[in-house]
Design a protein around this ligand. Structure first.
Ligand SMILES: C[S@@+](CC[C@H](N)C(=O)[O-])C[C@H]1O[C@@H](n2cnc3c(N)ncnc32)[C@H](O)[C@@H]1O
Length: 244
C-alpha cells in the first residue's frame, strides 16, 4: 500500500515513520509512505502557501494552487482516496482504518492555520476524517495517527505474537486485562485461571473480561453485536462490573 502525505511540516511525521512497526512495515515492503512538503508546490517566488481569508476574520487559509498542484503531481487514479484530516470529518475508527488498509493508494492532506481553501474539498477531496472532537494545530499528527492505525492492520505486518485480532474494537469489544510475571506482585495476584493451563477456561475468562469491561466502559459498543444468552446472564451477575 502507498500513502502520500502532503504537509507543511513533514518533520513532525518523518521521525515516527522510522521506528518500530511502521519502520518494519516499510522495510518489508508492505507499506510505502512519502511525505511531501506543501511548500515545494508553491507557485509564486515567495513560496507562499497561505493567504488571508476572504470576508476577514482571524487566521490564515492554505491556498488552493499549491494543494491542487501537489495532489495532481501525485497522479491520483479515479479510485484514489484523497483524504483531508479535519475535526469536521467522519470519526476515525478501527473499522474505517481496516477498510482503508485495503486500498492500494491514498493521499492524506494535512491542514494548518484555519484550514484549507474550500475549493480543494469541493473538487479533489474524497473523504474527510477526524481523529476526535478536539482541535489540533495541524493535520500532521492526525495523519500519523491514521498511518499508524492502518499500518498495523496491513496483512503480514504484525506477527502472531503481537496480532491485532484481540485488540480493542476488533470484535466490537475492549481488550481483556493482561498480566505478566511475577504471579504475585506486592500481594496482588494474577487470576488463578491464567495459571491453570486450562486453555478453554482461559479463553472463556478472556472473553468474559472483555465483555464486562466493555459493558462498563463502552456500553455503546455492545449495541453493535449480538450477545448470547450465556453472555447476557454473565453480565447480569451482581459482581460483573466489579474492579473495572
Ligand atoms: C487549527 S485546525 C483548523 C480547524 C478548523 N478551523 C475547524 O474548526 O474545523 C488546523 C488543521 O489541523 C487539522 N486538525 C485539527 N484537529 C483535527 C482533528 N481533530 N482531526 C483531524 N485533523 C485535525 C486539520 O487538518 C486542520 O485543517
Amino acid at each position: 500500500m502507498k500513502i502520500d502525505v502532503i504537509a507543511l511540516f513533514p518533520e513532525i511525521i518523518i521521525p515516527a515513520l522510522r521506528v518500530s512497526i511502521l519502520k518494519r512495515a516499510q522495510d518489508a515492503g508492505f507499506l510505502t509512505v512519502n511525505v511531501h512538503n506543501l511548500r515545494d508546490f508553491a507557485t509564486d517566488r515567495h513560496q507562499s502557501v497561505d493567504d488571508y481569508p476572504y470576508g476577514g476574520g482571524a487566521g490564515m487559509i492554505l491556498k488552493p494552487e499549491p494543494l491542487f498542484a501537489a495532489i495532481r503531481a501525485l497522479s491520483p487514479e479515479s479510485n484514489t482516496r484523497v483524504i483531508y484530516l479535519t475535526p469536521q470529518g467522519k470519526p476515525c475508527t478501527q473499522q474505517l482504518a481496516e477498510a482503508l488498509s485495503l486500498e492500494s493508494h491514498i493521499i492524506l492532506i494535512c491542514g494548518r492555520y484555519k484550514g484549507i481553501d474550500e475549493r480543494v474539498r469541493q473538487r479533489l477531496v474524497t473523504d474527510e476524517i477526524s481523529i476526535g472532537d478536539y482541535v489540533l494545530s495541524g493535520g500532521e499528527i492526525p495523519a500519523l495517527v491514521l498511518i499508524d492505525t492502518i499500518g498495523r492492520v496491513l496483512p503480514g505486518v504484525l506477527g502472531d505474537y503481537e496480532s491485532a485480532q484481540d485488540d480493542s474494537f476488533s470484535q466490537q469489544l475492549l481488550d481483556h486485562p493482561h498480566y505478566t510475571r511475577p504471579a504475585d506482585f506486592e500481594g496482588m495476584n494474577v487470576p488463578e485461571v491464567l495459571l491453570s493451563g486450562h486453555h478453554e477456561k482461559i479463553t472463556r475468562w478472556k472473553y468474559e473480561e472483555s465483555l464486562r469491561r466493555t459493558a462498563v466502559r463502552r456500553p455503546d459498543l455492545l449495541k453493535e453485536i449480538e450477545l448470547t444468552e450465556e453472555d447476557t446472564n454473565f453480565l447480569r451477575e451482581p459482581n460483573a462490573s466489579e474492579g473495572i
